[in-house]
Design a protein around this ligand. Structure first.
Ligand SMILES: Cc1cc2nc3c(=O)[nH]c(=O)nc-3n(C[C@H](O)[C@H](O)[C@H](O)COP(=O)(O)OP(=O)(O)OC[C@H]3O[C@@H](n4cnc5c(N)ncnc54)[C@H](O)[C@@H]3O)c2cc1C
Length: 460
């Protein structure tokens, strides 16, 4: 189907990715309707409540820049310059993220971001329909069935459907019924629960505002990210079953004891968290992989619906926003939707598979390695190499977070970097004694050809 710019298109799911995609499509002249199962979160009676946040980085911000929102969204964020590690004894160690403070992550409230993006979509002319849950679809015939609130059903004709309905996607469920479609959903044994560190008595921040606070404890860990109002959102990642698991910590006494033993300094700051904690459901963590993401020119999955990942690299939403920017580029150059959808899938799949794997690897890094002396020595050496040989070497972390170099290149390079750092630190006691000439030789032999193969410029 060739693009007819008055064409009706449907976006299912008005989460962050659905809103950004709908806005981009409307700006390209499509007639866009979005259907969202939840009520309008901007309504006064629904706004407020617990603040749950996430980090935005360059890939996400770039897509927001496409719709002129980068700066306005940045105003809703708190910059995060590095990790503050809390040892079991309460000692603090800070590890900066980037080569300088310009390389940082931005913490933003999910709800505030989504509300802001709903406004942007509406301003761009998108028709928003709330309390419409997709429950069935005949994708061949272009018919979508929604349950509406109060109890009702409506059938909507949709020649082109974008599935932006998150990891449990109903659009994907409809695609899966086709024989050529493959899908896997792998859940970790870890779950997560969010909790709030209230603002200090004077309304300020009770911990360093511009750090991601992390309490690495091996089999589980706690982290905290600042909100604009002085509070922090904490997230506890813990096994679902077994010793020290969500299953076991099911009564107030055991839970408090667990926190006092493992997270003593955090427990002091959390106030009365126990009842609220126990009454909230435990979140699941999983990786969604599927192929293809499209049905000729009629359906395309975007964001978590196509590639839900675990949160340990902070890239789920960033990769979904990057999807939107890539699709927008393709639509600028080609009017054939079937070809655009196919190219989009081919271009994105290897990259989203790579970030899915890196996010799983980072679970180990955040739980255990950030407190491991060998790992810390490698990180210090890496930081020296970046400062001294920055044109030749950027860390995997920086490449993922502060550049738009394809994830698959960051992943492949990361494996070579790990081998280089192991060789450089094999007999090293102090990072400052690293042999920079040996480092240069190894980098030029192992890494530079990879970057040349992909035409990648490390000066970002
Ligand atoms: C604990 C945790 C921390 C995270 N931290 C980060 C981070 O720091 N940085 C980052 O980039 N990512 C992070 N993520 C990932 C991020 O939350 C997701 O990648 C992102 O929300 C995906 O956006 P989306 O719009 O594709 O899907 P969603 O945010 O899931 O939105 C989907 C929308 O579709 C609606 N919907 C669902 N089903 C239907 C239906 N049947 N009919 C109609 N509407 C429907 C939903 O109500 C929702 O509004 C984190 C995830 C978790 C769990």
């Amino acid at each position: 189907m060739a693009v007819d710019n008055q064409q009706h298109v449907t976006v299912v799911g008005a989460g962050p990715v659905g809103c950004v995609l709908a806005t981009l499509l409307a700006r390209r002249g499509f007639d866009v309707r979005a259907f969202e199962k939840r009520p309008d979160m901007r309504r006064a009676d629904l706004a407020g409540g617990r603040s749950i946040n996430l980090v935005l980085t360059d890939r996400g911000l770039h897509a927001l820049g496409r719709i002129g929102l980068r700066q306005k969204v940045l105003e809703l964020t708190v910059p995060v310059l590095g990790r503050m590690m809390h040892s079991p004894d309460g000692d603090l160690t800070f590890q900066p993220y980037g080569k300088d403070d310009s390389e940082c992550n931005y913490s933003v409230s999910r709800d505030r971001l989504n509300q802001f993006l709903l406004d942007a979509a509406e301003d761009a002319g998108v028709e928003l329909n709330f309390e419409h849950e997709l429950v069935d679809a005949d994708l061949e015939a272009g018919q979508l069935i929604f349950e509406t609130s109060p109890a009702g059903r409506t059938s909507v004709s949709s020649p082109v459907t974008f599935g932006c309905d998150g990891a449990p996607s109903a659009v994907r469920r409809a695609l899966v019924q086709r024989p050529e479609f493959e899908e896997s959903v792998d859940f970790m044994n870890w779950g997560y629960k969010e909790l709030v560190f209230p603002a200090a008595d004077d309304g300020g921040y009770a911990m360093e505002r511009t750090a991601l606070h992390i309490w690495p404890r091996g089999a589980h860990f706690l982290m905290g990210l600042a909100n604009l109002d002085g509070s922090f959102t904490g997230t506890l990642y813990l096994p679902r079953t077994g010793p020290d698991s969500f299953d076991e910590l099911d009564d107030p006494r055991r839970l408090l004891q667990f926190f006092q033993t493992n997270y003593a300094d955090a427990t002091e700051l959390l106030g009365d968290f126990v009842d609220e904690f126990l009454s909230h459901p435990t979140g699941s963590l999983g990786t969604v992989r599927c192929a293809p993401w499209h049905l000729d020119d009629r359906v395309l999955l975007v964001g978590d619906a196509a590639h839900g990942i675990v949160p340990f690299f902070g890239q789920g939403l960033n990769s979904g926003f990057e999807d939107c920017a890539v699709l927008d580029d393709l639509l600028a150059d080609d009017t054939d939707l079937a070809r655009v959808f196919e190219t989009f899938f081919e271009r994105r799949k290897a990259n989203t598979d790579a970030i899915a794997d890196m996010a799983l690897e980072n679970a180990v890094e955040m739980g255990e390695k950030v407190a491991d002396p060998d790992f810390l020595l490698k990180k210090e050496v890496e930081s020296i190499i970046e400062q001294q040989l920055g044109k030749l070497y950027r860390s995997r972390y920086a490449t993922v977070m502060y550049s738009r170099i394809p994830y698959r290149v960051a992943y492949e390079a990361g494996k070579k970097q790990e081998a280089i750092l192991s060789e450089l630190t094999a007999d090293l006691e102090r990072a400052e004694d690293v042999d920079l000439e040996q480092a240069r030789r190894l980098i030029e032999r192992e890494l530079t050809p990879l970057y040349e193969k992909y035409g990648v410029d490390l000066e970002f």
